[in-house]
Design a protein around this ligand. Structure first.
Ligand code: PLP
Length: 364
């Protein structure tokens, strides 16, 4: 095997090595199935057991209350940007509230606008998307269809510490880049969703945790594959689900439960990993500059810039020779971005920290 690098990709992203090994081990023959998970019918018992176990694991990890359903859908997080307003905004005569804290919530707003009226409660664009709003900076509409937010803006590296309190208005949260990175109180949300390819598994499946009463509100006229009620009643198997991706989420959630010991432990580890990098940035006398305001810094995505494009290129090239890869920043922010999701081992972050320190010493 060629040597594995430390991969700081924002997504699809690093997976736990033991999960990849387990998948490799079981690829030819799933225990008791006599064939690969890639070959088994989604209606057959082996897959049924997989999807049930995956749901059980998620319920346990996130302490999901009984009045929430867990769906495994296709179309990525982006389809949720459209499905949410299709199901809960269109033809309701209401407006939906949006908190715009970065590229992903802005994209979600764009999709909602195709379906109905929206109201921007707060927009961080003017301040360059460096923070989340404080509660006193916005007032929710008491008649809103829902209030939408993004838990962690993957591109700008801005993360909620305390989610907004929206009272009876359903809070919708895109947790694509920080699901399973810390414990959250699911009962605060109407819908909590995440594509899998950052912290939960491979691309191809999106986890949607949705409250019962919202499911019941899905309009009958919607096509099956866009209708939460139909998808929920069909146990996410209205058509062929992304079987392999669901299976991988099962392995990742098992790793979180059995190897890590739950989300509080995971959060502790993530905080330690993030601190290593932010400390380097803060002590570099301006050589590295982080994007987000300190209070809102993400534990998952650490974007930073260097003094010049030339140095950025030199940094990225040098990092590669140290097996530290996929560190380019998103084109809208520039510079570099280290995505340090759950599966990025501490050694990987320490290797990056040491490289950053050495690079600053030699080039600062
Ligand atoms: C926070 C967030 N939301 C949504 C998306 C889009 O996800 P997908 O590509 O699965 O549609 C991404 C990343 O790709 C993301 O980071």
């Amino acid at each position: 095997m060629q040597e594995r690098v430390y991969n700081f990709s924002a997504g699809p992203a690093v997976l736990p090595l033991s999960v990849l090994r387990k998948a490799q081990e079981e690829l030819l023959c799933l225990p008791d199935a006599g064939c690969s998970v890639l070959e088994v019918s989604h209606r057959a018992r082996p897959f049924d057991e997989i999807i049930i176990q995956t749901e059980t694991n998620i319920r346990k990890l996130l302490n999901v209350p009984d009045n929430y359903r867990i769906l495994f859908l296709q179309g990525g997080a982006l389809l949720q940007f459209a499905m949410i307003p299709m199901n809960f905004l269109k033809n309701t005569g209401k407006k939906a509230d949006y908190l715009i804290s970065g590229t992903w919530s802005k994209t979600a707003l764009g999709e909602a606008k195709t379906q109905g009226e929206t109201n921007i409660l707060w927009d961080g664009a003017e301040s360059g998307f460096r923070r989340k709003p404080k509660p006193e900076e916005y007032t929710g509409n008491p008649e809103a269809a829902y209030c939408y937010t993004c838990s962690n803006e993957t591109i700008q590296g801005v993360q909620w510490r305390e989610y907004p309190d929206t009272g009876d208005i359903p809070l919708v949260c895109d947790a694509s880049s920080d699901i399973f990175s810390r414990s959250v109180d699911i009962s605060r949300f109407g819908i909590y969703f995440a594509c899998a390819q950052k912290n939960a598994g491979p691309a191809g499946v999106t986890i949607v945790i949705i409250r019962d009463d919202l499911v019941e509100r899905s309009p009958k006229e919607l096509p099956k594959m866009l209708n939460y009620k139909v998808l929920s009643d069909g146990r996410s198997m209205v058509n062929t689900p992304p079987c392999f991706a669901v299976y991988m989420v099962k392995l990742v959630t098992e790793w979180l439960l059995d190897h890590i010991g739950g989300l509080e432990k995971m959060e502790q580890r993530n905080a330690e990993k993030a601190k290593y990098l932010y400390d380097v940035i803060d002590r570099s006398h301006g050589f590295y500059r982080g994007h987000a305001d300190k209070e809102y810094r993400s534990m998952m995505n650490v974007p930073f810039v260097l003094p010049s494009e030339e140095l950025t290129k030199k940094f990225l090239d040098g990092a590669k020779t140290h097996h530290l890869t996929q560190l380019s920043g998103h084109r809208s922010v520039g510079g570099c971005r280290a995505s340090i999701y759950n599966a990025m081992p501490e050694e990987g972050v320490l290797a990056l920290r040491d490289f950053m320190l050495d690079f600053a010493r030699k080039n600062g």
